[in-house]
Design a protein around this ligand. Structure first.
Ligand SMILES: *Cc1c(COP(=O)(O)O)cnc(C)c1O
Length: 455
C-alpha cells in the first residue's frame, strides 16, 4: 500500500471523526482568559451567555476536555460535504520538479466555498437546541455569512447578516447566495440599530466597516428576545469545530502511514489553521511526534510576524470581550490595495499562545507573490484557489522548491481553504498587472499599537 498513494485519499463513513479535538487540553500553558472590557476581570459564563449560546459558552471556556462529541445531527450534516478530499498534488510536484511530497486538504467543496461551514453548522445547531429563534452575525466579503445562512436554512433558524455596505453594493453574488438560503442581509451601517443610526448621523456617506457591522450584529442579538450573536473565526470554539479538518487529515494520512514533516496554513483569525494542525500539535505537545507548523499571513496585515502579544479588542466597535493575542491594534486597517483577504487585525488566542511558545512559526508574504502561486496552482491542479488559501500555497511551493535545492524528500501538508470564484476582481488586477504590494511602516504600526487598551 505504501507505494500506491492515490490522488485522493477519502474516508469511509465509518472512519469519519465522531469527536472534535480540543488542543487546549494538552497545552501546559493555556491561552489567557477573555476579559470584561469594563471591569478588566475574566468574563464569566453568565456574562458570555448574554451574547453567545449556552453550549458554545461552555466550549469557549473548556480547557480540560481533550475530546468533545460531535452531535449526530451535525455529523449527518457533515456527511453532505465531508470528508473533504485530501489530495496528493502529483501535478504540482511535477510542475515544480521537486522531490517533496505535497498534500492538500481541500475545504472548498461546498456551496459556501470554504471551511467556514464546519463551524457555522455547529453554532446554528446549538442555537436551535437552546430553542432560540435565530442568530445574528456580520460579514465582510460574505464567506462567513454564506456558510451561516446555509446552516440556518438546514435547521430552520432565522439568520440576520449585517454586511459591510461597500461589499453589499460591490459584491452582490455572495449577498444573493445568502438570500437564496433565506437569510436577511442588511447593509451596515443601517438604521435598524442604535449604533448604526448613530454612525449614519455622523458619517452619512460611510462605506461601513467590519467593526461597525460587528457592533450592529451584537446589538441586534442582545436587544431581541431569542437571538444570539455568532462569529466565524478567532474564538476558541471555532477552532474546536474546525479541528474536524485536522482529524480527517490525520486519519487519512495514518491509513497510508504518511507523516507530514510540515503543516502549512493561511491565517486570518486562525480558525482553519488551528483546526488543521490541532491533532498534530496535540502529538507535539504530548511529546509523541514532531512537526513544523507554519502560519502564513499577508505582509500588509502581519499580526503574528509584526504584531504585539497583548490584550486587545476583537472588534473595531469595541463591544466584544478583550482577548490576549498577537494584534496590530483593533484600529488597524490594511491598505486599500490589499485584495487578498485575511485582513483581521488579531489572531486566535490559542494560536497566539502556541506561537509565543515557539511551537509554531509564521511567515508573511506579499500579495503579488500569492497570486503568482495561485496561478501556478490553478494551472497544475485545476482548482481556482481563494486568495486567502493561496497564501498557504505560496509557502508550500517555496518549501517544495527548497527541497529541490537540497534533494530532501520532505512531506508537506497544507490547507486549501476555499475557491476563488467570487474574487475575480482581485484576479483581474493581477492578470492586468495592476496589483501592487504594500507593507506597513513601523511608524504606522506604532500608531496603531498606541491605542491598545491599557490592561
Ligand atoms: C475566512 C477564510 C479564511 C481565513 O479565516 P481563518 O479563520 O483564519 O481560517 C481563509 N480562507 C478562506 C477561503 C476563508 O473564507
Amino acid at each position: 500500500m505504501m507505494n500506491e498513494i492515490p490522488y485522493k485519499i477519502y474516508l469511509d463513513e465509518n472512519e469519519m471523526p465522531t469527536q472534535w479535538y480540543n488542543v487546549r487540553a494538552d497545552m501546559k500553558k493555556k491561552p489567557a482568559p477573555l476579559l470584561n472590557p469594563g471591569t478588566g476581570q475574566p468574563m464569566t459564563e453568565e456574562e458570555l451567555r448574554h451574547v453567545f449560546c449556552d453550549e458554545l459558552v461552555k466550549q469557549e471556556l473548556n480547557e480540560t476536555d481533550r475530546f468533545i462529541d460531535i452531535p449526530e445531527e451535525i455529523r449527518n450534516f457533515y456527511k453532505m460535504y465531508r470528508p473533504s478530499p485530501l489530495v496528493r498534488a502529483y501535478c504540482l510536484e511535477k510542475k515544480l520538479d521537486t522531490p517533496a511530497k505535497i498534500y492538500y486538504k481541500f475545504e472548498g467543496n461546498n456551496t459556501s466555498g470554504s471551511h467556514k461551514l464546519n463551524s457555522a453548522i455547529a453554532q446554528a445547531y446549538y442555537a436551535k437546541k437552546q430553542g432560540l429563534k435565530g442568530v445574528t452575525t456580520e460579514t465582510g466579503a460574505g464567506q462567513w455569512g454564506t456558510a451561516l445562512s446555509m446552516a440556518c436554512s438546514y435547521l430552520d433558524l432565522d439568520c440576520k447578516v449585517y454586511m459591510v455596505k461597500v461589499s453589499y453594493e460591490q459584491k452582490p453574488f455572495r449577498r444573493e447566495v445568502m438570500r437564496t438560503y433565506g437569510a436577511s442581509v442588511t447593509p451596515s451601517p443601517s438604521n435598524t440599530t442604535n449604533v448604526g443610526r448613530k454612525i449614519l448621523a455622523e458619517f452619512p456617506d460611510t462605506n461601513g466597516s467590519l467593526g461597525c457591522a460587528i457592533s450592529e450584529a451584537v446589538e441586534a442579538a442582545t436587544s431581541q428576545e431569542g437571538y444570539r450573536y455568532v462569529l466565524g473565526s478567532v474564538l476558541s470554539q471555532v477552532l474546536l469545530h474546525q479541528s474536524v479538518i485536522g482529524m480527517e487529515s490525520k486519519i487519512a494520512l495514518d491509513k497510508y502511514g504518511i507523516k507530514p514533516d510540515m503543516i502549512i496554513g493561511c491565517a486570518g483569525g486562525g480558525s482553519n489553521l488551528g483546526g488543521l494542525i490541532s491533532p498534530f500539535m496535540g502529538e507535539k505537545l504530548r511529546g509523541e511526534a514532531d512537526y513544523r507548523f507554519i502560519a502564513v499571513e499577508p505582509a500588509s496585515c502581519p499580526s503574528l510576524t509584526r504584531g504585539v502579544y497583548a490584550y486587545d479588542f476583537c472588534d473595531t466597535g469595541k463591544v466584544c470581550p478583550l482577548q490576549k493575542m498577537y494584534t496590530l491594534g483593533s484600529g488597524f486597517m490594511p491598505s486599500p490595495n490589499h485584495a487578498g483577504g485575511l485582513r483581521y487585525h488579531g489572531m486566535s488566542a490559542i494560536l497566539s499562545e502556541l506561537y509565543d511558545q515557539k511551537l509554531m512559526e509564521a511567515v508573511a508574504v506579499e500579495q503579488t507573490s500569492v497570486f503568482e502561486a495561485a496561478e501556478i496552482f490553478a494551472r497544475s491542479e485545476g482548482i481556482l484557489p481563494a486568495p486567502e488559501s493561496s497564501h498557504a500555497i505560496r509557502v508550500a511551493i517555496d518549501e517544495a522548491l527548497k527541497c529541490k535545492e537540497t534533494g530532501e524528500e520532505k512531506t508537506i501538508l497544507f490547507g486549501l481553504t476555499g475557491t476563488g470564484y467570487f474574487d475575480m476582481y482581485a484576479y483581474a488586477a493581477y492578470n492586468d498587472g495592476k496589483m501592487t504590494d504594500y507593507v506597513p511602516t513601523d511608524e504606522e504600526l506604532q500608531r496603531s499599537f498606541d491605542s491598545l487598551p491599557k490592561v
